[in-house]
Write a protein that binds this ligand. Structure first.
Ligand code: PLP
Length: 431
């Protein structure tokens, strides 16, 4: 496969854009380097690079593109926004309609606020939790990504519960010490940390189904314990559903699991491909936010008509009968095909799948489970890197990191999935 135009563009990009990319995860650093493939256009489940190569897209732009590229219903909504006004700086009917649509799906939300990214949404939930509880510390789970603001760029140290250490230059220790990190799916570590910092934790940030070290579901009872202890200790439970909302079904992980957090952050899918974030929760908590309350949050672009209309259109597509059932069916075929192809070539893999999202981990021995970050970290990134490049050479575009999930869209077909399995069979045979 010829990538000469992508390579030339990358050379040029390196001169003008830091690292040649506008988000570090787009670089191929984690998969052995090289010029990232630059896309020209997309249609449905495919996108086409500037050298004219076609790929089946499992990146889905790291989650948002659940209805594929160029969906006509969403394109029409965006065109309408472009023609009738992109930004007014005033209220519009679209934001009210969209807020109601989200509230209908999330019983935990009495009130909603829109902003521009998942990072902004999560950042504000943290501020609101602090304002509401009058506490400063937050708890998060190891390996979970919640955006790029200071408080959440804190990695776990060793041990069941450690004070955070900054995971990025520029994050001061004074911020990191406000963040407690514990392993996901480890009830004892969580309870011990809540006891240790009793009365100090404003909010517990949770990816209820983890999408940032592959796909990892909560163990039975784990989230229930988080909710119970949080309530006992007066801490708020904040669900980061930036990846999970409308990914697995028409709703969030919370509606799938039957749990109600105090605050929820949304993003990605709800923008239909345009920039968006949103957060919501119980009236009493949300009314801490300005102009009603003392917690400030604002945005020139917040609730902009284009993102609102694209988001509404996207949810209208997703609300159709059978959409999620089909992604689940194709996901099952893909999972089975990948597992069989890997076994055929004696490559030990673990596949974690929930409906239309899955992760392939290159484990040391077949049957090894991945249910927390340490286990995901211990998988073979070098082998994944080679697999990634082999898949790319066969026209299958995965995210360039062993920690990222593969996402199906409403536009993938069984033929696409079979083509992917055939490519994986080749890639496994070459490892
Ligand atoms: N929360 C989760 C769970 C995410 O996966 C991400 C992004 O990948 C974010 C928050 C940040 O969202 P954004 O990149 O839109 O700022």
């Amino acid at each position: 496969m010829n990538h000469s135009k992508s390579e030339a563009l990358h050379e040029e990009a390196l001169k003008h854009i830091v690292g040649g990319v506008n988000s570090p995860s787009r670089s191929y650093k984690a998969v052995g380097g090289g010029a990232p493939v630059a896309m020209d256009y997309g249609k449905g489940a495919y996108f086409y690079d500037i050298d004219g190569n076609r790929y089946i897209d499992y990146l889905a732009a790291y989650g948002p593109i659940v209805t594929g590229h160029g969906h006509p219903h969403i394109a029409k909504a965006i065109a309408h926004a472009a023609e009738t006004g992109l930004l007014f700086g005033t209220p519009t009917k679209h934001e009210v309609k969209f807020a109601k649509m989200l509230k209908d799906v999330f019983p935990s939300m009495d009130k909603v606020r829109f902003n521009n990214s998942g990072t902004e949404a999560v950042m504000t939930t943290v501020r609101v939790a602090r304002a509401y509880t009058g506490r400063t510390k937050i708890m998060k789970f190891e390996g979970c990504y919640h955006g790029h603001f200071d408080q959440v760029l804190v990695a776990a140290g060793s041990g069941p519960a450690t004070l955070g250490s900054p995971d990025s230059a520029g994050v001061p220790e004074s911020v990191a010490i406000e963040v407690i990190t514990v392993p996901f799916n480890d009830e004892n570590a969580f309870v011990a940390a809540m006891d240790k910092w009793d009365g100090q934790i404003a909010g517990i940030l949770v990816e209820p189904i983890v999408g940032n070290f592959g796909i990892v579901e909560p163990k039975k009872g784990f989230l229930e314990t988080v909710h119970r202890i949080a309530k006992e200790k007066g801490s708020l439970v904040i669900y980061d559903e930036v990846i999970t909302a409308f990914r697995f079904h028409y709703g969030g992980a919370q509606t799938l699991l039957g749990l109600e957090p105090d605050l929820t952050a949304l993003g990605k899918v709800i923008g239909g491909g345009l920039p968006i974030g949103a957060y919501g929760g119980k009236k009493e908590i949300m009314e801490t936010v300005a102009p009603l309350g003392p917690a400030y949050q604002a945005g020139t672009m917040a609730g902009n008509p284009a993102s609102m209309q694209a988001g509404i259109a996207c949810l209208e597509v997703l609300a159709q009968d059978g959409v999620y059932e089909e992604m689940d069916r194709l996901g099952a075929i893909l999972e089975k095909g990948l597992v069989e192809a890997a076994a055929k070539h004696n490559v030990p893999v673990t596949v974690n799948r929930l409906k239309g999202a899955l992760a392939v981990y290159f484990v040391k021995e077949a049957g090894q489970v991945v249910e927390n970050y340490k286990q995901a970290e211990n998988t073979d990134g070098e082998k994944f890197g080679r697999f990634f490049k082999l898949m790319l050479s066969k026209g299958i575009n995965l995210a360039p990191s062993k920690y990222e999930a593969w996402f199906l869209t409403t536009e993938h077909t069984e033929a696409d999935v079979l083509e992917t399995i055939a490519a994986a069979d080749y890639a496994f045979s070459q490892l």
